[in-house]
Design a binder for this molecule. Structure first.
Ligand code: ZN
Length: 581
């Protein structure tokens, strides 16, 4: 639950950089500088060409000029993409790095990594062949429908034009999908069924009753229906691909996606250590709380069992299923006030955060996530999407509510909203680099949200309640175990039983939560590691600066400076801050 929703829809380009909400570019305002640097010109050309190559991506970042097009991933598209990669690799490599500003050098490194990753994705990783959830037009349509920039007539024209290309889009998809995994097939079927619902129920007002709109919509529905049937037929295939990517691809994906200093094995080893530490801290709080929750009962000798009992007792403090979304809505102003009162970071009251139920077509991977406007659509509200518990049985609801009890829900809101993802996004929109905002770095974004949890607790959020600390560590164990799980599933062939043992016994999770995490680990790779690896690098960096600066260190300055570089790889931010902070 503690991650951004994955917008897998936007062709290959966005599925590589699969964390959606931090990727919000803004065109550098070149009118303010008299001479545009060679790098700025190159960067500007790069993105313009990319938008033309990938209209779904252009839409995702708020551009309107490709509104009449869809990204159709056919042979021509891949050929153009290859040409694009080679062209810009050559140009970026031939730049005289001595003449670049530090910020430009940072951007150049990010672009080169992005191009290498794109090439690797197409030639070696090939998820466009085995992950059918790459093909989902739900978010594409929603971006048109929810846009504040477009008139109703423009929305209608864009939708009709896109509908008319649905057949080509899905033909290309069917041709590309060769050896899907069972898990991604299932996800894709679910998402496309959600899209069918959306086409049937949500577009009447915009489309009106013209014959042209009716026919275009029918074309779209038939294409989606046909695609679902195609996927369902694939499900019965005898040779479906394994979802485990193996050590070699894992290491490569880790390198391109995370861009941190540590290796996969090092991060894994850090996580094993952190797990032991969290257990110690929890034992301490649980012992303290035991007499309050179990007066006159002797605590079990087994430490993990004792912790589990106290955790379970504290988790009984939860709201009702109907109140789930409203209670999150109510908490946002409380977090805001704490951050302001403690002077932790400057917040911008003009950027509204609206809590809402997650739209159907986006449900399936994450339970909650921030959905931010693009840089060219900055007036649109930022949504905090929360999936309501309506589709669950009573038993599932109770399990879920114990997991997201009154204490844990506060940590979740810190992570997703304040001072976590939402605040980071607002800062990243102000950052003047197109590149850094576009190629959002997972460990920076997730690491920041996890760091925010720790920092709020250290600053006395929740009045040092032992219950909140206990639940904080339980939540932290989740991040730690995400790392252990992802690494072990994809490179150590871990079974479902091994995963359940880790998550339920050692991370004290409910079964429903553990199953959900298993599902996510089978659908994604490396992304689950971003949290812990990013947190570790940010926290250690802050501590080293504190030591270095002594009483001159200001927490607020550190936070604002750190976020001011946008969602760049942490080692690059550290280098830049080391020079100016
Ligand atoms: Zn997150």
């Amino acid at each position: 639950m503690n991650h951004l929703s994955l917008r897998r829809a936007f062709a290959i380009f966005l599925s590589i950089f699969s964390i959606s909400c931090q990727s919000q570019p803004q065109v550098r305002d070149s009118s303010k500088t008299s001479a545009i640097s060679a790098f700025s010109q190159l960067e500007s050309d790069f993105f313009k060409e990319l938008w033309a190559l990938d209209p779904n991506y252009a839409l995702a970042v708020g551009r309107q000029e490709q509104d009449q097009q869809l990204t159709i991933m056919n042979e021509e598209y891949f050929k153009n993409q290859k040409f694009f990669i080679l062209k810009y690799q050559k140009q970026l490599e031939s730049l005289d790095t001595k003449r670049l500003s530090p910020a430009e050098a940072m951007d150049r490194a990010i672009l080169l990594n992005a191009l290498a990753q794109m090439q690797w994705e197409y030639e070696k990783f090939k998820s466009w062949q085995w992950d059918p959830s790459n093909y989902n037009l739900g978010p594409v349509l929603a971006l048109i429908v929810e846009s504040h920039q477009r008139s109703d007539a423009q929305k209608k024209a864009a939708l009709i034009a896109k509908f008319q290309q649905f057949p080509q889009y899905y033909q290309a998809a069917e041709k590309n999908i060769e050896n899907p995994t069972a898990e991604h097939l299932k996800l894709s079927i679910q998402q496309n069924k959600g899209l069918m619902d959306y086409l049937q129920n949500n577009l009447t007002t915009i489309l009106g009753s013209s014959q042209e709109a009716f026919l275009a919509l029918e074309t779209a529905k038939n294409s989606v229906k046909k695609f679902i049937a195609f996927l369902q037929k694939k499900q019965s295939s005898k040779k479906l691909k394994s979802f485990r990517i193996g050590s070699l691809l894992y290491e490569e994906k880790f390198k391109y996606n995370l861009q941190i200093r540590l290796t996969p094995l090092q991060v894994y080893q850090e996580a094993i250590k952190a797990k032991a530490q969290a257990h110690q801290e929890m034992a301490h709080r649980a012992e303290q709380l035991w007499p309050k929750y179990f007066p006159k009962v002797k605590a079990p000798a087994d430490q993990l069992k004792m912790i589990r009992q106290v955790v379970d007792a504290v988790a009984q403090n939860h709201g009702s299923a109907e109140d789930f979304v409203p209670s999150i809505r109510k908490q946002i102003p409380e977090l805001w006030d704490f951050v302001v009162a403690k002077n932790l970071i400057t917040l911008d009251p003009s950027k509204k955060l609206k809590v809402r139920e997650t739209p159907e077509y986006e449900r399936g991977v994450a339970g909650a996530g921030v959905d931010a406007p693009g840089p060219f659509d900055q007036d649109r509200e930022t949504f905090y999407n929360v999936s309501p518990l309506t589709g669950m049985t009573k038993e599932q609801q109770q399990s879920y509510l114990r997991e997201y009890n009154n204490y844990t829900l506060q940590i979740l809101n810190i992570h997703e909203a304040i001072p976590g993802h939402y605040v980071q996004l607002v800062y990243s929109l102000k950052s003047p680099s197109l590149t850094k905002k576009r190629f959002g770095n997972g460990p920076m974004v997730e690491g920041w949200a996890v760091y925010g949890e720790r920092m709020m607790m250290e600053e006395g959020y929740g009045n040092n309640s032992p219950e909140l600390w206990l639940m904080y560590y339980k939540w932290r164990l989740r991040v730690i175990c995400n790392t252990i799980l992802d690494y072990s599933i994809h490179t150590q062939n871990w079974s479902h039983d091994q995963a359940m043992n880790l998550l339920i016994k050692e991370a004290f999770q409910e079964k429903a939560e553990a199953e959900e995490k298993w599902k996510r680990a089978t659908l994604t790779q490396v992304q689950l590691v971003s949290y812990f690896s990013g947190y570790t690098e940010i926290y250690n960096f802050r501590e080293s600066l504190k030591k270095q600066k002594g009483s001159a260190f200001s927490l607020k300055d550190f936070h604002e400076k750190f976020l001011s570089f946008g969602s760049a790889p942490i080692p690059l931010i550290e280098d830049a801050m080391g020079k100016v902070f």
